[in-house]
Design a protein around this ligand. Structure first.
Ligand code: GMT
Length: 376
């Protein structure tokens, strides 16, 4: 099939999922066209069947807001016609499903049909899309999609609760390429750069937004390091990063916390990590937790949103109520204090992650693409 993928190209989970999906589809012989304003961070362009089309938004001083949706829908029309695209897959309802629908309508005028698959990722529903300013447009775009998927059962339920949705929603969980994680474990794992031999390595990866509760990451680590020798590796950039750096100074643990910024070498960091912290306020899925588990890292998370569908209580890690720093600390110590327990959790984390193997999930999308074509 010839498939166009629209996504956010940044470090966010939705962009990562879209990129990994496109890459795997290309590997399976499909022709994939990424359409977005920048090359997606994890996209390797030098691969067979992968194309990238950049959306340019000309700056015009008269406009306070430059019209990205307009530029995107026009680009979609051009790419679809030129490359005979058969299916459009948009990741994130805002504004991609909206722009996708406009493109579809423009193409219809010229005799082209373009089925649109929309994948909901979470923030487009629970944080931004639900805002009254956006809600009518988001509801409309979802209802006008030919196939709608959500990355967890929890997100599906949130969508049905918050919006008036008439299109059926298929749950297609996020996935992981286990081979990639295994490779990094054995060939590029350089633990000694980050910590002493007797120190545990605790890691957090996110975009450091308020929803990630970075303060709880620091608080839990502060308690852990009182009992065990440990280092905290903070990967990512975002508005809460500076606050967290200040807190580490105030608590006197700045020597034990390493802020790495954004990294496209997350697997190399995870391969020597002993424990992953994800104390989010909301999380439709928690791809970061799944990536950690795939590298054999147990996860201490909250039990919000889709996290219980990923992290299994007492198996791949533990889940606590949002904000329950004490419980998260106790659980972290339970795992780290005993060598055999830690080893068991590591094995179980990887085994749990294998349920989300890319080879099981990508064929589900392929079937949905065919269904979207047949539905028209
Ligand atoms: O929250 C993020 O890290 C970014 C965000 C996004 O919009 O890309 O992630 C959302 O989509 C990911 C991929 O499906 C999910 O794993 C994240 O749980 C979800 N974030 C939230 O729901 C807050």
């Amino acid at each position: 099939m010839k498939i166009a993928i629209v996504c956010y190209p940044t470090f966010g989970g939705s962009g990562v999922v879209a990129t990994e999906l496109g890459t795997e589809l290309a590997r399976r012989g499909h022709e994939i066209h990424f359409i977005t304003y920048k090359q997606p961070v994890r996209l390797e362009l030098l691969a067979n069947h992968i194309h990238f089309h950049e959306v340019h938004v000309p700056e015009y001083p008269l406009f306070k807001y430059q019209p990205y949706e307009l530029a995107l829908s026009s680009k979609l029309v051009d790419v679809v016609k030129l490359h005979k695209i058969e299916v459009l897959h948009v990741h994130y309802a805002i504004p991609h499903a909206y722009a996708g629908y406009m493109a579809k309508k423009m193409l219809e005028e010229e005799g082209f049909t373009l089925p649109m698959v929309t994948t909901l990722h979470g923030t487009d529903i629970t944080l931004v899309g639900n805002h009254p300013f956006y809600k009518p447009a988001v509801t409309f775009s979802i209802n006008k999609s030919d196939v709608v998927t959500s990355v967890s059962q929890s997100l599906k339920e949130d969508t049905l609760r918050l919006f008036d949705i008439r299109t059926p929603i298929e749950v297609v969980p996020n996935f992981i390429n286990l081979e990639k994680h295994l490779q990094s474990e054995y060939s590029e794992c350089q633990r000694e750069i980050m910590a002493d031999e007797d120190e545990f390595i605790v890691t957090h990866v996110s975009n450091f937004r308020k929803v990630k509760r970075i303060d709880d990451v620091v608080k839990v680590f502060y308690e852990i390091q009182k009992k065990l020798p440990a280092k905290l590796i903070m990967v990512g950039e975002g508005p809460e990063k500076e606050v967290a750096e200040d807190t580490c100074h105030e608590l006197g643990i700045e020597e034990k916390v390493i802020f790495l910024g954004n990294s496209d070498e997350v697997y190399k960091i995870l391969c020597f990590t002993d424990l992953f912290l994800l104390p989010s306020e909301k999380e439709s899925f928690g791809l970061a937790a799944l990536e950690a588990m795939a590298c054999g890292v147990p996860v201490i998370s909250t039990n919000t949103g889709g996290l219980p569908e990923v992290n299994q209580q007492g198996v791949s890690g533990y889940l606590s109520k949002v904000g329950d720093v004490d419980d998260m600390t106790q659980n972290a110590l339970k795992i780290l204090s005993d060598k055999t327990t830690l080893e068991n959790f590591k094995k179980q984390a990887r085994k749990t992650a294998s349920q989300f193997d890319i080879h099981k999930i990508v064929p589900v999308y392929e079937k949905l693409y065919i269904q979207s074509i047949n539905n028209l």
